[in-house]
Design a protein around this ligand. Structure first.
Ligand SMILES: C[S@@+](CC[C@H](N)C(=O)[O-])C[C@H]1O[C@@H](n2cnc3c(N)ncnc32)[C@H](O)[C@@H]1O
Length: 248
């Protein structure tokens, strides 16, 4: 299966070994969105999900103060192996991402800082054994989550516009009414390479993201990041971050 050939080490080397300014910006916006939603008094919900987690722990880190349990859903066996290897103590490169979450003025990063000096303890408690499965099965499944993230998945697993839309719909369908979410997308991606393996992508833009979310989301803010100096990955024109809530 194509997704089992995904090489987590190569992907991390290219994207997440050294934090990039675009990920810093995404993380800051996601942190602020969750903080604004849950208030400054440390409100917390039961469950969060990161869909298509791959070898990226920062969406889960962003959810850490806000929910008791975190599900990592992933299709690729190699990425599942990587995720399992991180549960009992994640690698040092993720510390840079945690630093962004707990920084900021006044109380911006307070909920993160309050988790103590070693977030690995909370990560180990909250993050469940990664689940092997597909985004597209979330539509038909009965389980619902109170908080959700999906980073570079719906547009980065297919060339089909219909599948992209269905993927966004399935992600949103997995959330309880009112649940806050953050979803990130590559803009106008032509596909991407991890090591020597090519992966497909659907060329989408801000209008397409807005339209795919329309029936499912409320309070949506969409931010496009397109500083040419930040184009760390090839064959795309920028990144799009959508933050909002599942419609009631
Ligand atoms: C471009 S990577 C993004 C990984 C990670 N979320 C990130 O932010 O870097 C796409 C991920 O989607 C996973 N994937 C592919 N098909 C999937 C599906 N049907 N359901 C869930 N995840 C899938 C891949 O294995 C891969 O980990």
């Amino acid at each position: 299966m194509l997704w089992d050939t995904f090489d987590p080490d190569e992907y991390i080397k290219r994207n997440y070994l050294e934090i990039q300014s675009v990920d810093r910006e995404i993380l800051t916006r996601v942190r602020d969105h969750f903080r604004d939603h849950f208030g400054k008094d440390g409100g917390r919900v039961g469950s969060g999900i990161d869909v298509g987690a791959g070898p990226n722990l920062y969406p889960a880190l962003a959810m850490l103060p806000w929910c008791d349990r975190i599900t990592l859903l992933e299709r690729s066996e190699s990425n599942l192996r990587y995720l399992r290897s991180q549960l009992s103590g994640y690698d040092a490169n993720w510390d840079q991402f945690w630093e962004v979450l707990k920084s900021g003025d006044d109380d911006e990063g307070q909920a993160y800082a309050e988790l103590g000096t070693d977030p690995r303890v909370r990560f180990k408690e909250a993050v469940q054994e990664p689940v092997a499965g597909s985004l597209f099965d979330l539509c038909s499944g009965a389980e619902r989550w109170d908080l959700g993230t999906m980073f570079f998945v719906a547009e980065s697993i297919t060339t089909s516009l219909d599948e992209f839309r269905r993927g966004v719909g399935c992600f949103m369908s997995a959330l309880n009414p009112g649940a806050p979410f953050a979803a990130a997308f590559m803009e106008h991606s032509e596909g991407y390479r991890v090591g020597s393996q090519e992966f497909p992508a659907r060329d989408i833009d801000r209008a397409e993201v807005t339209s795919a979310l329309k029936d499912y989301a409320e309070g949506v803010s969409i931010h496009r990041m397109a500083n040419p100096k930040q184009l760390v990955r090839e064959g795309y024109t920028g990144m799009i971050l959508a933050c909002g809530r599942r419609k009631h």
